[in-house]
Design a protein around this ligand. Sequence first.
Ligand SMILES: Cc1cc2nc3c(=O)[nH]c(=O)nc-3n(C[C@H](O)[C@H](O)[C@H](O)COP(=O)(O)OP(=O)(O)OC[C@H]3O[C@@H](n4cnc5c(N)ncnc54)[C@H](O)[C@@H]3O)c2cc1C
Length: 405
Amino acid sequence: MEATPPILVIGGGPAGTFAAIAAKKQSPDARVILLTEEPCEPYEKPPLSKGVLLGKVSPADAPIAGPGGLAAHGVALEPCARCLAIDREARALLLEDGRRLPYSTLVIATGSLVRELPNLPIGMPHVHYLRTEADAQRLLARLRDAPRLLVVGAGLIGLEVAASAAERGVRTRVLELAPRVLARVCDEEIGGRVEAAHRRHGVDLRLGCVVASVNVGDGGAEVLTTTGERFAADVIVVGTGVKPNDRLAAAAGLAVDEGIIVDEYCRTSDRAIFAAGDVVRFPGPHGPVRLENWRHAQDQGAVAGRNAAGANEAYRTIPSFWSEQYDLYIQGVGWPVEGTRGISRPMPGNAALTFNVSDGRIVGAQGINAQRDLAAVRRLIERRVPIDPAALADPAQPLAAMLKR
Ligand SMILES: Cc1cc2nc3c(=O)[nH]c(=O)nc-3n(C[C@H](O)[C@H](O)[C@H](O)COP(=O)(O)OP(=O)(O)OC[C@H]3O[C@@H](n4cnc5c(N)ncnc54)[C@H](O)[C@@H]3O)c2cc1C
């Protein structure tokens, strides 16, 4: 009798790793195989722009699956296994090394690719993009002896790189098109606090400009900005966002629209194929949405894995992100909604906390060094607790107590 084909998972990020572990747990008799093009156990990406660049941690210190790796969960890992195509009719994957692997169900968790700037292409001398451990090690090696860094993009990753470099003593300059930093993820108050921290650490933040042209020489590069200034740099880091790595799915004829389209069960337009993480567009409360953060990838991956192993679980989430820069632990929670009322809560020291309120309920919040309060806010959002806006602005009224009302 022929053995049942395994559950295959493509991608060694958090979505793929949690999908594989959850599938095995859901269906202990099933064979579960995780394929990743990278040469190692799945590792955590968030430290790449923080502790790794500071030389404090190595990705090998933080395997996503824990100390025993995927094997400890009964999942087989296939490193250096790049998937080239999905044969949906035959339910098989074609790998770069020529193998053809059959599957019973498949989870696609191929994550994101960096958004490349045409005038700073990947591979240009002195130019770095940051997505993998190998990228981080190359950048770290350069930061050890480079006196001048230019970061393009004041989003989360660009600013984390800038903070790490400034802490290493590298002279750091950041160019950003928007008139303020973190414009995509933070309100003006939180963004302003982060901006002030960078300026205090000597980072030269140039807002409202981008790179117009670049001259590359042996010793470094010279950049001309759209505002007519010239800056020399030994190293340039481009942090201008990511795009979904959905080519494999699109080539296989799955429904794709800037991300693989899935339903609330993480199912693609093919019932045998599930997808999760950065690569998907899924039904959110305000329409189809793509999220690019760790917790979403982990949680949605686990649901996709269980469903690929026979469960029928809907994925619902309250989005959240975190970032670490200097001594600031920056967090956001909730769905960004246009036209909501902003409320600021006075906080001690360098902490900050702001809320977005709509129809008498918190729909989102952001904070700096306010982990405990934001954990309470997440529960207030999840439980849709009615709140008094005046109480949110009053630090004498504990948020945890509002949960009990
Ligand atoms: C430097 C950095 C710092 C970050 N910091 C934070 C943070 O502080 N907080 C936060 O919330 N989020 C952070 N993120 C974002 C977070 O890491 C991502 O949202 C998360 O990794 C997405 O997980 P994923 O599993 O969907 O995709 P990914 O982690 O991108 O994993 C995709 C995997 O698929 C593999 N793959 C792709 N195509 C193929 C193929 N054809 N064949 C085989 N394998 C393939 C890739 O090699 C990779 O292993 C950071 C990201 C980076 C890069």
